[in-house]
Ligand binder design. Structure first.
Ligand SMILES: *Cc1c(COP(=O)(O)O)cnc(C)c1O
Length: 612
């Protein structure tokens, strides 16, 4: 993971030297004239940035009549002759280059370079320019690598020379679209310089002769071409580069790699994030097939063919609300079992969607009490549905799912479960227990990215619930009709990139070894965490027998949460505030792409914090 900018790799002609990049132009015009072909300066300039023989071929490709390879080589020969005769006249160093290079070096930044010149052409240039005060730490020509631009090999050689393994720690600065493409292909940051560029194509005198309006128009044209080529920054002049470096460093710091010890969003694998790089349409057939495969894979984690999964755009709460709104009717009474914030959130939802309900509330540090629930079911006969949270992420307590479901089923009730933070890491036998539906999301134990909730539901129940939902967008029945029969189409715009990431996350889930392996890793993480913190004197709030292997609440004692948070963030860990009202607490999640070593490192970081 990139931390800060360590190298700036400049192009030569048009970027750091040779204002307007004129040295090669006359050469190409002369070269083609020598084989009887007249080309314009614009044609000569168009492929600028490429290795010169590639450039000669690119001009040939623009001609109305094809010419032979032999003619191209003759034109190139004449090009070289003219270029060598002229090249030393085009070694002026551009404005602000020397000061900018000094300022970059003062920050410890290495100065690299790439070019379209061959090494033979570079020889006189290097000498002349060094005498005038500009000498980069590294130079290379495309004849020294397998290929020139837009291939990234010259940049790789720079990175290799500087001992840099992370391309996002380097910036490519150039004055042609070929430079920008080379930088993109190397996965570096890219900067296009407008003034004095080949892309602008004017000498200093020609610029001076332009009206202000004309110059602005030309600058707009150059800006548009750099933008289209994929530039990350576009600057007028080299003196703006220092600000660009500062801005990139700010972004790198802001996005520093940290382990999220929270219950979602989580630390995710590179392949999951990388899967987002493709753009798809909601209604594209291939995309719909991916969507169907995600639906089936999720269903198969805890259920079978009697169930389906309805994906829903939004965070987990959207899925919980959709589940309650679609799978209960206004005439029904829901018994909500509550021992935390997420249980309470279901009451809020029920109020908003106008459902009748009975809240049965328990202390947050105790699991839901099966006996008390049975009493309630005995005394209140008009209850149709029992709903509760499996792992109450508020505290990390795990509720007795099996006993609660068996009880509710013995009384003939419909059972809806918020399994947001447990799905994928706890055995939940939906068919065996006859659970009617559960809600979860992409960004918890499946280790995908945030943006998708889902409800796994009995198909038969869903069919009975066509007319329940008070909300249009949260209607799971309508949503499922769109996905229906393997069609795989999202009803409204799909979070396509998030779904692709979830597809990859499910592949990773299988590769790791499915539920068993994921559960075991989390248990191991959790054990190292809790044993380590206990040794440091931290007290877990939930007794071990009710404690989930997902997230744990610890007493904060005299510590200040903000100081603890900041100290751990410095060390690369992000922790979560507590939600208990009686005593100050903090929470540590151990789910996501995190491993026992990360847990040990966190314990060490906490130890260090306490010692200071
Ligand atoms: C994460 C979570 C939710 C959903 O929260 P969102 O912020 O909407 O993603 C709901 N219930 C539980 C138990 C959770 O852990």
């Amino acid at each position: 993971m990139a931390t800060n900018i360590k190298a700036v790799i400049f192009d030569w002609a048009g970027t750091t030297i040779d204002y307007g990049c004129f040295a090669p132009i006359k050469g190409f015009v002369d070269g083609y004239r020598s084989i009887g072909v007249e080309i314009t300066n614009e044609m000569a300039r168009k492929p600028m940035g490429l290795l010169k023989i590639d450039h000669t071929r690119a001009i040939a490709a623009m001609l109305p009549e094809p010419i032979s390879e032999e003619q191209i080589l003759r034109a190139y020969e004449k090009f070289e002759e003219t270029l060598f005769a002229n090249i030393e006249l085009h070694c002026d160093i551009k404005e602000h280059v020397i000061e900018t290079v000094d300022a970059l070096r003062a920050q410890g930044i290495k100065i690299g370079s790439t070019t379209g010149y061959t090494s033979q052409m570079m020889e006189p240039v290097l000498k002349k320019v060094a005498d005038a005060g500009y000498a980069p730490d590294f130079w290379i020509s495309p004849d020294m690598t397998a290929k020139g631009r837009p291939y990234p090999y010259m940049i790789w050689e720079n990175l290799k020379a500087f001992g840099i393994s992370e391309p996002r720690e380097a910036i490519k600065v150039g004055d042609t679209t070929a430079d920008i493409k080379e930088g993109k292909n190397a996965n570096c940051w890219t900067v296009g310089v407008i003034m004095g560029s080949s892309e602008l194509g004017f000498s200093r005198d020609e610029v001076a002769a332009l009206s202000k309006g004309e110059l602005e128009e030309h600058k707009k044209r150059v800006r548009a071409s750099y933008y289209k080529a994929g530039a990350d920054y576009i600057i007028d002049d080299m003196d703006e580069l220092i600000d660009v470096v500062a801005d990139i460093n700010r972004k790198l710091e802001l996005n520093a790699d940290r382990k999220l010890l929270t219950p979602g969003p989580l630390t995710t694998r590179y392949s999951v994030k990388n899967a987002m790089l493709t753009d798809h349409c909601t209604w594209d057939d291939e995309y719909k097939a991916i969507t169907t495969s995600v639906i089936n894979d999720i269903t198969n984690i805890s259920a079978n063919g009697d169930y389906t999964t309805v994906l829903l755009q939004g965070s987990g709460t959207y899925a919980v609300e959709a589940m309650l709104d679609t799978l209960t009717g206004t005439g029904e009474t829901i018994l909500f079992l509550v021992n935390g914030e997420y249980g309470r959130r279901m009451l809020t939802i029920a109020d908003r969607i106008d459902r009748k309900y009975i809240p049965l509330e328990f202390n947050m540090t105790n699991p839901l009490d099966v006996e008390a629930v049975e009493e309630k079911l005995k005394e209140t006969t008009d209850i149709s549905t029992v709903a509760f949270v499996h792992c109450e992420t508020t505290t990390g307590i795990i509720n007795p799912l099996e006993d609660l479901v068996k009880l509710a089923k013995a009384y003939g009730k419909k059972v809806l479960v918020d399994a947001m933070s447990s799905f994928g890491a706890y055995d939940i036998d939906m068919p065996g227990l006859e659970i009617d539906a559960l809600a979860s999301s992409s960004n918890k134990c499946l280790e995908g990215l945030p943006g998708l909730g889902f409800v796994v539901v009995k198909k038969a129940l869903l069919e009975e619930c066509a007319d329940n939902a008070s909300s249009h967008s949260l209607d799971l029945y309508d949503q499922s009709k769109s996905f229906g029969d393997g069609n795989g189409k999202f009803r409204f715009t799909s979070p396509t990139n998030v779904l692709l990431a979830l597809r990859q996350a499910l592949d990773n889930y299988k590769m790791e070894g499915g539920l068993e392996a994921r559960k075991n890793r989390y248990i191991e993480n959790h054990n190292i965490l809790t044993e380590g913190l206990e040794k440091l004197g931290f007290k877990a709030v939930i007794p071990a027998e009710y404690q989930s292997h997902i997230i744990t609440t610890f007493e904060l004692g005299d510590l200040d949460f903000a100081s603890l948070y900041n100290a751990l963030k410095e060390k690369g860990f992000v922790i979560y505030p507590g939600k208990l009202t009686e005593i100050p607490t903090f929470r540590l999640g151990n789910i996501g792409d995190v491993y026992p070593e990360d847990m040990s490192a966190l314990v060490t970081a906490l130890d260090e914090f306490l010692k200071n």
